[in-house]
Each structure stands twice: as C-alpha cells, then as structure tokens.
Design a protein around this ligand. Structure first.
Ligand code: B12
Length: 358
C-alpha cells in the first residue's frame, strides 16, 4: 500500500495529474466554471480524494470513502453557489469514474488486484451516494407537515434533478389515484413552490433552478386544462389578476383554474395588470367576483388604490383579495372595502359558491 497518505510520492502525484487533466479534457464546460483559484483547489482535492480512497481500501472499509464523498459534495455545493447541486454531482461522479479508470490502468504497479477491485467498488458506491445527495436538502416544517408529503417530496426531487417528465408523472399519478385538483394545487404545487423559494432564499438552489421549477409547474398546470374547461357551467363570472408590477401570477392562476373547474367562467388576466385595463375588463366581462393577488408587499398600495377604483366604477361587484403580501400584515384586509380575504383559493371558491347560490 505505497500510496497511503504519502502526498509526496511522485507516482501518486502523477496519477492525480492524469485524473485532473482527463476531467478537463472530457468536460470542456469546466474551463468556464472554474477560475484559477478553483482549479488549484480542485487539484489539491484530487490528491485528498485519492488519499481518502486509499485509506478506505487499506481498512477494507467502504464507509470511509462514502462518508468523505458526501462531505466533499456538500462542501463544494456550499462554496460554489453559482453552480447547481445537480451540476456539482456531475463533477464529482465524473471524477470518481475517471479516478476508477485511471487507477485501474495506471495503478497496476502500485496496487494489488484485490485493492484495485476495492477501488472500483468503493468509487461506484461513492457515485451512487453522491447522486442521492442531490435531493437531500433541508426541508421546512411547512413542507413536511400535513398529508401527501411523499408526493410533494417526489415532485420537488424531480424538479431539483431537472426531470420535467418525471415531475409530470408524479402529479399525474396523484391525480389518477383520486387526489382532487384543489389538493394537487394547494397541498402539492403551492407547497413545493414555497419550498423552492425557501431553498433559493437559503442559497441552496440557484436562480435558474427556481425558474425551471416555475416553468415546469406552469406546464404541469396546463395539462389539467382539458378537464378544467369541461365541467358543468354555473353562469357566474370571475375576473382575476395580479396587480402593480407584480410578476408572481401562479397563485392567482391556480385560483382561477379552481373556479373554472368549479363551473365558473373565468377571465384570468395574468400579472402586472394596470388599473385602467382592469376597469375595462370589468365592463366587458361583467364579473360577479373580482380576485386580486399581491405577493410583494410594495404592491399593496397599488392594490388598495385598485380596490377603491373598482368600488367607484362598479359598487356592486364583489372583491376578494389574497396572496403572500398579506401574510405578514396586521390583518390589513380588514381596513379595506373588500368582501373576502383568505390565504387559500379553496376557501374563496366555497365562499363564492355559497354567496352566489340562486
Ligand atoms: C416563482 C417565483 C418567482 C417567479 C414568478 C413567476 C410567475 N409566473 O409567477 C419570478 C422569477 C418572476 C419571481 C420574481 C421575483 N421574486 Co419570486 N418567487 C417565486 C416563488 C419561488 C414561487 C411563487 C409561487 O408561484 N408560489 C406558489 C403560489 C401558488 O402561491 P401564492 O402565490 O402564495 O398563491 C396561493 C395563496 O397565496 C392564495 N392566493 C394567491 N392569490 C390569491 C388571491 C385571492 C383573492 C385569494 C383568496 C387567495 C390567493 O392561493 C394560492 C394557491 O394556494 C416564491 C416563493 C413563495 N413563497 O411563493 C418566490 C418569492 C415570492 N419571490 C421573492 C422575490 C424576492 C422575488 C424577486 C424580488 C426576486 C428578484 N430579486 O428578482 C422578484 C420580484 C418580481 C416582481 N416584480 O414581482 C420572495 C418574496 C419575499 C418577500 N416577502 O418580499 C419569495 C417569497 C422567495 C423567497 N423565499 O424569498 N419569483
């Protein structure tokens, strides 16, 4: 076992160099992702990685290297916040595969056949452990509590690992198992999107991953449309939108879908709708109910002014407000001339169905 912890052994350094160069040769993207400082650190890491592997082989204890593989993976995720967890997993699993190939081809004089067998086996175990670690992110209480945790976790994992097709499959299976649309929207998609926001906030996932999760979820929602628009009508109309320069519109879109599914004719007008356009839509669609959504607190004053404008324009129309901007207020909605506020879309549908019963 000549390689054991002997950092100055020239044969050891040569193997580390081979591994390092081979990884750059196979993956040209690394040149963009790693500046000179990161390259130096990576080179040092190659040497550490081999020494940990050799320690595991020395004691015939695969756990020594597996534990190290998880430790180094989390460390790299922490120090390379600009890279996705999925991408760092790729770095490391490629690295272990290259290590295995090179040790098996260039390490024959240094290691016995039995040791090389262990090298191969332990590196494969490290690949598997690192792949699994991608989705092992800290989860909030809100996410873990309540029914359907398994579905939420499976959907979140699919988003984190860029598997849009699988994400859709998870939701489709939930639907086929009888989960109502409202539960899928509120208990799964909403809570997963909150978790995505929280992971972004903690710098655990990148901005592009958050955008990816958003676009996959929007596509998943659109796949319900055949059913949503094919339900008995109630001859009631809803106009809904987000106000101000608010770009968050998935919540109000979910609300609108739930109303449509419940037999209402919905006019969902998207994000950042100006006041004049909303008043025009009210004249055109003559809704029974208007639902306004605010996520970012700085748009609350715009919402307040829109509520006043609607009241002046159409005193009889019912107005409901909601969205996360109200969560951290001292019941702000009570001070406005609105008919309904809730944190949940489901509550509004129930209230509306009762209020407008003929
Ligand atoms: C996706 C997302 C985006 C997307 C939005 C895309 C889209 N098409 O909607 C984009 C990338 C555009 C975005 C941008 C930004 N975002 Co953003 N975003 C999110 C994220 C991850 C998910 C939002 C979402 O869809 N949630 C799921 C929906 C279903 O939930 P919901 O809106 O709350 O709706 C539910 C209920 O509130 C209710 N409801 C909603 N409306 C109404 C209305 C009525 C009448 C009723 C009864 C009920 C109701 O029903 C819904 C269903 O249950 C959240 C995280 C989070 N906590 O939500 C951050 C989050 C909202 N974003 C945040 C931030 C900071 C930003 C940016 C400032 C980031 C930046 N630096 O650029 C910008 C601001 C852009 C802008 N001007 O609005 C912060 C807000 C922090 C704060 N409190 O101020 C959050 C909380 C992330 C975080 N954890 O820090 N974001």
């Amino acid at each position: 076992m000549s390689l054991l912890m002997n950092y100055n052994d020239q044969r050891f350094i040569k193997i580390a160099q081979f591994i390092f160069e081979e990884q750059f040769r196979r993956d040209p993207k690394l040149e963009e992702e790693l500046d000179d400082r990161r390259k130096r650190l990576m080179y040092d890491d190659v040497i550490y990685n081999i020494s940990y592997l050799m320690t595991a082989v020395h004691f015939s204890d695969s756990k020594i290297f597996e534990g190290y593989a998880l430790w180094i993976y989390e460390l790299l995720c922490y120090i390379m916040k600009d890279l996705d967890r999925d991408r760092i997993m790729q770095h490391m699993t490629d690295h272990y595969s290259i290590m295995s190939e090179i040790l098996n081809s260039h390490g024959k004089e240094l290691l016995t056949e039995d040791e090389l067998k262990k090298v191969t086996e332990y590196l494969e175990l490290a690949v598997e452990a690192t792949k699994k670690a991608v989705t092992e992110v800290p989860l909030s209480k809100l996410f873990m509590e309540g029914e359907h945790f398994e579905v939420r976790k499976a959907y979140l994992d699919a988003l984190i690992t860029n598997q849009a097709g699988h994400a859709y499959e998870v939701i489709n299976n939930a639907k086929n198992s009888g989960l109502p649309l409202t539960d899928i929207y509120e208990e799964i998609l909403t809570k997963v999107m909150y978790e995505v926001g929280s992971l972004w906030h903690q710098n655990i996932i990148t901005v592009d991953k958050e955008h990816y999760a958003t676009s996959v979820t929007q596509t998943v929602m659109s796949r319900f449309y055949d059913e949503i628009f094919d339900r008995p009508r109630k001859n009631r109309a809803l106009v809904s939108c987000s106000v101000g320069s608010e770009l968050h519109e998935m919540g109000i879109r979910m609300l609108s879908d739930i109303f449509e599914y419940n037999g209402w004719d919905t006019y969902y007008l998207g994000a950042a709708l100006p006041e004049s356009a909303l008043l025009h839509a009210i004249d055109e669609y003559k809704p029974d109910l208007i639902a306004l959504s605010v996520t970012m607190p700085p748009y609350l004053p715009v919402c307040e002014s829109i509520v006043k404008a609607i009241r002046k324009h159409q005193p009889d129309v019912k107005i409901a407000i909601g969205g996360q901007a109200f969560y951290n207020t001292d019941k702000l909605w009570k001070k406005w001339d609105v008919d309904f506020y809730s944190e949940s879309s489901k509550d509004l549908v129930q209230w509306a169905d009762n209020s407008f019963e003929k």
